[in-house]
Write a protein that binds this ligand. Sequence first.
Ligand code: GTQ
Length: 349
Amino acid sequence: MNQQNILKNSVDRSEFYQKLDSLNLAPLWEVLKGLVPSDPRPTATPYAWHWSIVRPQLLAAGSSISAEEAERRVLVLENPALRGRSQITDTLYAGLQLILPGEVAPAHRHTQSALRFVLEGDGGYTAVAGERTMMHRGDLILTPFWTWHDHGHDGDGPVIWMDCLDVPLVGFLKTGFREEHQDSAQAMTRPEGYSEARFGSGLLPVEYRPESSTSPIFNYPYARTREALHRLAGTGEIDPHHGICLRYVNPVNGDWVMPTLGPTMRLLPADFSTAKYRSTDSAVFVVLEGEVEIAVEGRPPEILQENGVFSMPGWSPYTIRALKGDCVLFSFSDRPVHEKLGLFREEKH
Ligand code: GTQ
């Protein structure tokens, strides 16, 4: 075929494309580079939610609807580039949940996995599969997929936590199932502390065989996480890209605590700055102690105070600096999925 023929064809292409379109066919060559990109191009954008702005809106939600009526009284953190889709990154969901004294967020279960990261208040509890655990600031609570869970509050003042779910991933796979429990609060079948005693001290019941890919521990208390971080800080060993960073671990197999969500907690000593880093997983950061500056390449740096939340799209090069004294930063990401699929990549400068 000569050049002239090709040019002639290109004139006729739009007609040809219309014909294809009417037959539910499409030419790959028009979209190939987008389908198979040279590197990841997340739709999500880096973005910061500041506590001083968000908290009053959560309290306003508390006067506009009850936890019972809402089922979950949550303000969803919507990435500005993904509005209306309940996504904080391309693959993750995050929301801030408020529960007031005496309220119950009724029991239900779903195939989405959830982490709760506690931000404010005492007296709140989560019940999972017949066992209750009290929630304190900085605690990480797991509600594994398809386990009954409800939340309540026996104390004073608001209780607020961040819900971290794999909703977009489960949605993409079209594997979402949900059921409401017949009772708003499920019956307790085990004493408080039962799971911690069985699994939470570097020991396992001798005949224990796991039935789930989720960790059998469902509260990782901040008091212990914090102590570990500060002891490590005392050794002076620090990772240049992560600071003193620990991942929450399933004691049964050493894997991440959930099949889809990978939480970590890190300590950045005063004035420490991480070296530039990026990885394919998208992440959400929350400041628990201190103040940080998060700088994503090509964008103005953001300063984040306590309880500030930051969305980090995958493959974005970033640095984090501790601004005021030692800083403690929680994060969760979809890294376990990337690792299981052999897709995880990182770049360290
Ligand atoms: O607490 O079960 O933020 O099912 C979104 C969906 C919380 C929950 C959310 C949920 C929950």
